[in-house]
Design a protein around this ligand. Structure first.
Ligand code: ARG
Length: 250
């Protein structure tokens, strides 16, 4: 059984304790996944996850530092201590969860498809698109890539480093469809994709998004889950509903 001395040792090592000692919460994210993290015209990182991170730091009573990271190394950066937490629209997958821990989901999304407008009459589902003459694009290393490989056995799959490069490929007609997280696609359709692409918005997957932390840290996980419940359920303050209204309203 755990003695209270063991509990104190655990707390000393907890990332939460380190954040409090340091007076700063360091959050790893990869800007590019609108509306969760993206750059504004002045190059500042804004979005849903940024507002949430600000609220989190405020409740901890510490400063916030955003650490922009490539998606490719985002889990490695967490594990090696470059930041305390990943808040980057990350889907809680069972494979990722073998390496890192996740707080409870803060939003649920799914993969959807944006297709060239010319194909709207012929393509109504993923199965319709799974033909050798079609090219489907997505981003490298995301759940969109996993879904794409699962749903497309015959179509050609091309992956891009960024979601915006993938989307451009469909816009300029070099690819036929893009598979990515629904909130991104909704926003894309409301600006650049308008009148050019068609959104097949029925989710192909079930994807809870969660904040990721290093394993073996029950104190930090406990704080995060209680913080999350408070903001989600507290309709008096209404922070969570306001946040969804601000960033996720279609
Ligand atoms: N939800 C997807 C995943 O976890 C995409 C997340 C991409 N996030 C980002 N900040 N670029 O794979």
């Amino acid at each position: 059984a755990n003695s209270s001395a063991d509990d104190i040792e655990l707390w000393k090592k907890s990332t939460l304790n380190q954040i409090l000692q340091r007076g700063e919460l360091r959050v790893g994210m990869e800007p590019g996944y609108m509306p969760f993290e993206m750059k504004d015209k002045k190059g500042r990182i804004i979005g849903y996850d940024v507002d949430m991170a600000k609220k989190m730091a405020k409740e901890m009573g510490v400063k916030l530092k955003l650490v922009p990271t490539s998606w490719d190394g985002i889990i490695a950066g967490l594990v090696t201590g470059k930041y305390d937490i990943i808040m980057s629209g990350m889907t809680i997958t069972q494979q990722r969860n073998l390496k890192i821990n996740f707080a409870n989901p803060y939003v649920v999304v799914g993969q959807t498809m944006m297709i060239r407008k010319e194909l709207a009459g012929t393509i109504k589902s993923a199965a319709d698109l799974d033909k050798p003459e079609y090219t489907v694009v997505t981003k490298l290393g995301v759940t969109g890539e996993i879904a794409t490989k699962k749903f497309f056995k015959k179509a050609k799959i091309v992956t891009f480093e960024t979601e915006s490069d993938a989307a451009s490929e469909v816009l300029n007609g070099k690819a036929d469809a893009m598979v990515y997280d629904q909130p991104y696609n909704i926003l894309f359709m409301s600006n650049k994709g308008k009148g050019k692409l068609v959104h097949l918005d029925a989710p192909l997957t079930y994807e809870p998004l969660g904040w990721a932390i290093r394993k073996g840290d029950p104190d930090f996980l406990n704080w995060l889950n209680n913080f999350l419940r408070q903001i989600k359920e507290d309709k008096v303050v209404g922070f969570y509903d306001d946040l969804n209204e601000k960033w996720l309203r279609d």
